[in-house]
Design a protein around this ligand. Structure first.
Ligand SMILES: Cc1cc2nc3c(=O)[nH]c(=O)nc-3n(C[C@H](O)[C@H](O)[C@H](O)COP(=O)(O)OP(=O)(O)OC[C@H]3O[C@@H](n4cnc5c(N)ncnc54)[C@H](O)[C@@H]3O)c2cc1C
Length: 236
């Protein structure tokens, strides 16, 4: 598809390792650590996610040339996971923006990662790939029934109508808050706020920007601005 080679991507890499025996029953083995640290990723987050008997230790960045493998070596050393057995290593690009066109006007229609349907800021792509797949299949049925390939364009339109606002808002969030270590620290501080946590949770679960609690939105807007301009307290 034209422009697909220029798709802006975050490169993600993770190592699946055995959960050390001494971690069993410990809180660290049942919580997700999300780490904002410029040394581990200049523009994204790194993570330690428990998967029961295994752990995923990973990171991502849009910066070409940044060594993801070295970052994970450092993160594993930092968290005492350097001696744990590595079972598997995986890496892949995660697209950051829906492509301008998903079809060739004839018989090809992209969806999911190939169409760029991964939410900015969170990198959440599984739900969106499935939603996109359903919309693409429905569109294909219409194309087959009408014999009009021009209708292939409807898949992208449907997807953006349903999720475009969330992608737009998360894109702005990523642009502002993942920009530098200072902003990332402010972002983490902001996430301490109960209103932010409630509205973010609701939006993530329901996959739409919540319209409930307009006062909470107004409060968050002012807190957002205060943090952006450095008026709010920063984490030490
Ligand atoms: C390290 C990492 C962590 C992630 N974490 C999360 C997360 O926590 N939550 C989340 O929501 N998303 C996450 N994502 C993103 C998510 O995995 C993707 O957005 C999602 O899997 C996209 O689904 P897809 O069906 O479009 O593509 P894929 O899941 O990539 O599926 C494409 C399939 O096509 C196959 N294929 C490729 N070429 C051919 C060919 N020529 N012929 C036949 N088959 C072919 C591939 O083998 C693959 O099975 C993560 C991604 C990475 C890389």
């Amino acid at each position: 598809m034209p422009g697909a080679d220029k798709l802006k991507s975050v490169f993600a890499y993770h190592e699946i390792i055995e959960t050390p025996a001494e971690w069993e029953g410990h809180a660290i083995a049942s919580r997700c650590d999300v780490i904002y640290d410029g040394a581990l990723s200049p523009d994204f987050y790194s993570w330690v996610f428990p998967h029961g008997e295994t752990l995923s230790v990973g990171t991502g960045t849009a910066e070409q040339g940044f060594s993801l493998r070295q970052s994970i070596t450092d993160l594993r050393a930092r968290t005492g996971l350097d001696t744990a057995k590595t079972l598997r290593t995986e890496g892949a690009p995660i697209p950051m923006k829906p492509l301008k066109r998903w079809d060739d006007g004839k018989h090809v229609l992209l969806c999911g990662d190939a169409a760029g349907c991964v939410a900015p800021a969170s990198g959440e792509g599984i739900f969106y790939a499935m939603a996109c797949g359903r919309m693409s299949a429905e569109t294909m049925m219409e194309v087959l029934q009408s014999n009009d390939p021009a209708l292939l364009r409807n898949a992208r339109k449907r997807f953006l109508k349903a999720h475009g606002k969330v992608f737009w808002a998360l894109g702005i969030m990523q642009y502002f808050w993942y920009h530098s270590d200072k902003r990332r620290e402010r972002f983490v501080t902001m996430c301490d706020d109960k209103d932010v946590q409630r509205l973010t949770w609701d939006s993530y679960l329901n996959k739409r920007l919540t319209r409930k609690e307009p006062m909470a939105h107004i409060k968050i807007f002012f807190k957002d601005m205060a943090h952006l301009f450095g008026i709010g307290p920063a984490r030490g």
